[in-house]
Design a protein around this ligand. Structure first.
Ligand code: ADP
Ligand code: MG
Length: 742
């Protein structure tokens, strides 16, 4: 009982240098902690074990036997009957703990003897029968439980199994099968000294959680499935709490010694006039959002709010109003978008929305756009005017984060996230505010604490609540749960190869729509044809449509490898109707807003995820016209997997983005949906965001309270929390590194 989590795997009995290397190469495991955090994927219920010696004839029938393979016999037999195919038989002699022997037989599986050499301890499940006084099992299910050469004893293995029916199944490789890992992990746990808990005992009591020690052991050797779940819960709690504490801790760190700005909504000013000049009335949901944000803007601490809403719910209006509140207080505001197309789109939307108020007129609002394709001269001018405070509003991409971009007085930041900005980028833009001349002057005289801008984050696609609370755990959440009135529902159809003839009807429909003044998007997965991926490309489809199908129509194309000026021109021609058909990659996925667009055709729809399809579909139905989405699927992938088809049918059947996002999360799991690495957050091995909403909410609350009471975790009672956070983040979050040294 002397092993510690920090020890290298070689400290585990039986692990030498060669095995240690394989553990590392196969799974990246280096320490005892890595090993015991190699959690089972699932558990297999071994069922009741049969004891041959005691069983007698009653043992015939379905049974599970455990024994050691003694020897193999392989032979070729000619089956009786007409079919003259030879059969290859592999027969193993197996001895169970009582010493009784039985045989197991496999047909045409020549690899079996090599895979299960003599000395292998196996569990065989199948039908037990007696022939000529001998027990045998034909083609049983086999689980490897160990090998004599690895020091496993049959009796010990049977003992373990006898009172523990659940066998953990580990992520494994050919080189290191699950049984081998199980044995290693068991050996490690046997020697492991009691693990100290990093959570205060009071928390465990209050929330009914297992101790860390019990959970680490229990997850590998549960007595029952409910026990396994208890253990998982505790360990998942740790994963989620780490994330929540990390987010809140970092926020507290960033805000330490700073103050918020008073950007409260004024009864006269740009923001007010903007609302009054709108051609429509805000929805009730938009009103609620404005009220909530207004309170944040007025509060003495910086706003951190996440604005969520389905595609088309009108987030832009809320964003623009928020930006204007800063301008009303004589400050600047920035809107950051994930792509250039989207930044340009936002810039144009803002120009249009603000036109009635007077924008870029001698005495009006000053609005600028800064992206990586802004010319050097323009850029120099814009930067100078940002610094001098002449620019009120700036829209941009990552270019806003570059060095040299400095604000005179940044009051509000709105970030439109497409799951693309990591946490650290969010931080960087906030920090811009403390680099401005005002902040520096304040610091220089040591009189004032620098102030941080109010931040509003928007997500382009809806995120399930549990995921939002995890990834944006440090933000308050507002949801726009209502679409503006008069929206036409988008009718979505799925077309598979069996109905390929519908393509022609669709082409006629395209002509009718265009004749009515509408626009049509055609989205393809690839830019150009590829040998590796047999999917439709923008270039090929554009050629086909413009020369063969619609030679009489202007067909534009758009993809990410075009020069910015060309992209801009293509979008302009489409928007104006000069080119009513646009063939594009998913660059149009986010935010692009052309109210005349009424038809979205997606080629090879199986290559897109649920949320992505929903987002793409949201590009139509933005005006008063009846709108349609057509998903072509299965034309380049055949056959379609059942799950893929279900996914596409779900998109066709539901127009609720939140509903679809939940399904997406359930189908794809957290890891894929959000590279947690990209977000800068530690891995989730056991937490299942989709199902663990309760744990998410609980850990978020605990983290909030803890950090509010002890922002730097300096209370001696929180020393173990602090140590655990530093360990888990490995300095990965900049702020943590700073805390460690400072
Ligand atoms: P999203 O939430 O997808 O960003 P937008 O802000 O782009 O949605 O709004 C979608 C469309 O709905 C825009 O054309 C916008 O002008 C319009 N819109 C927004 N709010 C309202 C409203 N309250 N009433 C009518 N139309 C609205
Ligand atoms: Mg939008």
């Amino acid at each position: 009982m002397s092993l510690r989590l920090e020890d290298p795997v070689t400290a585990v009995p039986g692990v030498g240098a060669a095995l240690a290397r394989r553990l590392h190469e196969n799974f990246g495991l280096r320490t005892v902690r890595d090993l015991v955090e190699h959690y089972p994927r699932r558990y297999d219920d071994a069922g009741d074990l049969t004891d041959l010696a005691g069983a007698g004839a009653r043992a015939a029938g379905p049974a599970t036997l455990v024994g050691e393979i003694l020897a193999w016999d392989s032979r070729r037999v000619e089956p009786r009957g007409k079919r003259r195919r030879f059969l290859h038989l592999s027969i193993a002699e197996v001895r169970d703990r009582s010493g009784a022997q039985f045989t197991i037989t496999f047909f045409n599986q020549r690899w079996r003897p090599q895979r299960l050499p003599p000395g292998t301890i196996v569990r065989c499940s199948g039908t037990l029968e007696q022939r000529a006084g001998r027990w045998r099992m034909s083609a049983p299910d086999i689980d490897e439980l160990g090998h004599r050469a690895h020091g496993d004893e049959l009796a010990a293995v049977v003992d373990r199994l006898a009172h523990r029916r659940l066998v953990p199944l580990y992520p494994a490789t050919d080189e290191l099968p699950s049984s081998r890992l199980a044995a290693l992990i068991a050996a490690a746990l046997d020697q492991l000294a009691p693990v100290e808990d990093w959570l205060p005992a009071a928390w465990l009591r209050e929330h009914g959680l297992w101790s860390l020690d019990a959970a680490l052991r229990g997850i590998h050797r549960p007595e029952s499935l409910p026990e396994a779940e208890e253990a998982r819960c505790r360990l998942a709690f740790d994963e989620l709490l780490t994330i929540q504490l990390g987010l809140h801790w970092r926020r507290a760190h960033l805000e330490a010694d700073t103050v918020g700005l008073d950007n409260r909504p004024l009864s006269v000013g740009w923001a007010r006039r903007f609302l009054v000049a709108l051609p429509f009335a805000p929805t009730a949901a938009q009103h609620r959002a404005l009220a909530g944000i207004g309170e944040d803007l007025a509060a003495p601490v910086p706003m951190h709010r996440l604005l969520q809403g389905d595609v088309g719910s009108g987030k832009t209006l809320v964003a623009v109003w928020t930006l204007l509140c800063a301008v009303d207080h004589g400050r600047q505001a920035a809107l950051m978008a994930p792509t250039e197309v989207l930044a340009e789109q936002h810039h144009r939307t803002l120009s249009d929305l603000l036109a009635p108020l007077g924008v870029n007129l001698p005495d009006g609002l000053r609005l600028e756009l800064l992206t990586s394709s802004t010319t050097l001269r323009e850029r120099r001018r814009i930067l100078a005017e940002l610094l001098s405070g002449q620019v009120d509003l700036i829209v941009g991409t990552h270019a806003l984060l570059e060095e040299g971009v400095r604000f005179a007085d940044l009051g509000v930041v709105v970030i439109d996230e497409q799951h693309r900005f990591g946490v650290s980028q969010r931080v960087r833009l906030r920090e811009k505010a403390t680099e401005g001349p005002l902040a520096e002057a304040a610091l220089a005289v040591g009189s004032a604490r620098p102030s941080l801008p109010d931040v509003l984050v928007m997500t382009a696609t809806p995120i399930p609540r549990s995921l939002a609370l995890t990834l944006y755990g440090d933000l308050d959440v507002t949801v726009l749960d209502e679409l503006p009135p008069g929206r036409q529902p988008i009718r979505t159809q799925l077309i598979q190869p069996a109905e390929a003839h519908r393509r022609e009807r669709l082409e006629a429909f395209v002509r009718r729509e265009v004749a009515e003044g509408r626009r049509v998007y055609v989205v393809c997965p690839l830019i150009e044809n590829s040998d590796a991926v047999p999917a439709t490309s923008v270039l090929a489809e554009h050629r086909r449509l413009s020369t063969e199908v619609f030679p009489d129509l202007e067909v534009e194309l758009l993809h990410g490898r075009m020069r910015p000026a060309d992209k801009e021109r293509a979008m302009a021609r489409f928007r104006s109707g000069q080119a009513p058909v646009l063939v594009s990659t998913t660059v149009i996925e986010v935010g692009v807003d052309v109210p005349e667009a009424s038809l979205m055709i997606i080629e090879d729809a199986e290559r897109f995820g649920i949320s992505q399809l929903h987002q793409l579909r949201g590009r139509v139905g933005r005006g008063p016209h009846a709108s349609y989405c057509v998903l072509f699927a299965g034309f380049t992938t055949w056959p379609l997997e059942k799950r893929t088809l279900e996914r596409l049918e779900a998109v066709a059947a539901s127009s609720d983005g939140f509903d679809l996002a939940e399904r997406d999360l359930a189908i794809r799991g957290t890891g894929q949906l959000f590279g947690t690495a990209q977000s800068g957050l530690p891995d989730l091995k056991l937490a299942r965001i989709a199902q663990d909403l309760q744990l998410v909410a609980m850990t978020r609350k605990i983290a909030r309270h803890t950090i509010a009471a002890d922002p730097r975790l300096e209370d001696p009672a929180h020393a173990s929390l602090r140590a655990e956070l530093l360990r888990r983040y490995e300095g990965g979050l900049d702020a943590f590194a700073a805390l460690q040294t400072g």
